[in-house]
Design a protein around this ligand. Sequence first.
Ligand SMILES: C[S@@+](CC[C@H](N)C(=O)[O-])C[C@H]1O[C@@H](n2cnc3c(N)ncnc32)[C@H](O)[C@@H]1O
Length: 300
Amino acid sequence: MTIEDQELYRELLAQIKADWQSLPDKPEETPETTLKTLWFLAYGLPRAIGCQTLGELPLLSEAEESALREYVSRRLEGIPLAHLTERQCFMELEFLASEAALIPRRETELLGYAALEKLYGLVEARGGVKVVDLCTGAGNLALALAHYEQNCVVYGCDLSAEAVALAEANAEYLQMMDMVQFLVGDLFAPLDAAGIGPVDLVTCNPPYISSGNLEKMPEEISAHEPQLAFDGGPFGVSLIMRLIKEAPEYLKPASWLCFEVGLGQGEAMLRRIQNNANYQTVESITNPAGAIRAILTQTR
Ligand SMILES: C[S@@+](CC[C@H](N)C(=O)[O-])C[C@H]1O[C@@H](n2cnc3c(N)ncnc32)[C@H](O)[C@@H]1O
């Protein structure tokens, strides 16, 4: 008989299913994956969903069983799973997660893998290249790019010193301290301050929720993740508009700016780029439902 057939598993799965609130931006979390993840956590093995196959559930001691019941209650109270495990998977790498920064989302992998393709092309054409990930949060995009393409120097910048501290902890966790440097400051300002010259690739997952919609966000998000990670100003696109305007000054010719957009923002941002003489081409990346979620544009 496997653990899944046993009373404790069936009881807790039924409890989770009864009170389950799914979030569209965490599609990897289901009642089953949640229970399995919490089960391993209670056993002393914190793991992020998706990074490694979880394997057979282990038998729990009495103390571990009560820890599991406590984790299930806290999850059903709305504590994010990634905050219980202190882990989140992004582009198949496991990152540390905490209240200091946004929990990396699956949807941002669209931007990550599209930017990685551009990075591979740039390295092939130019040899070593310089990359900056703005609004780096936990450092997930910066570290994933540096992990998958090592012929580059990567900087990650964020206005939040707490987020940068978590990004640095992630660099240590992934043993990539010498591959990515993290800096604190407003958008491109850290590059000026550190005297970092023009770069070949800029990535950014900016805050893009309109200020008025912030209070409509599910409590699991608004109560546990920093508001700075979401607030995109009155129309949601304040940071994106600055990014489009300011990036050409920091990018070499024929270099790429790649960024995420919120649902419904893509078309207007594409038009904005098409009307900006500093860019020569623009591409969009859509999600499986056909909505634009990332934009990639090349300087002249
Ligand atoms: C949506 S989160 C993205 C986090 C991470 N890059 C990811 O994709 O998971 C946006 C990040 O932008 C940062 N941020 C907000 N305003 C900023 C600004 N003016 N300059 C730099 N970073 C900013 C926030 O602190 C937050 O970490």
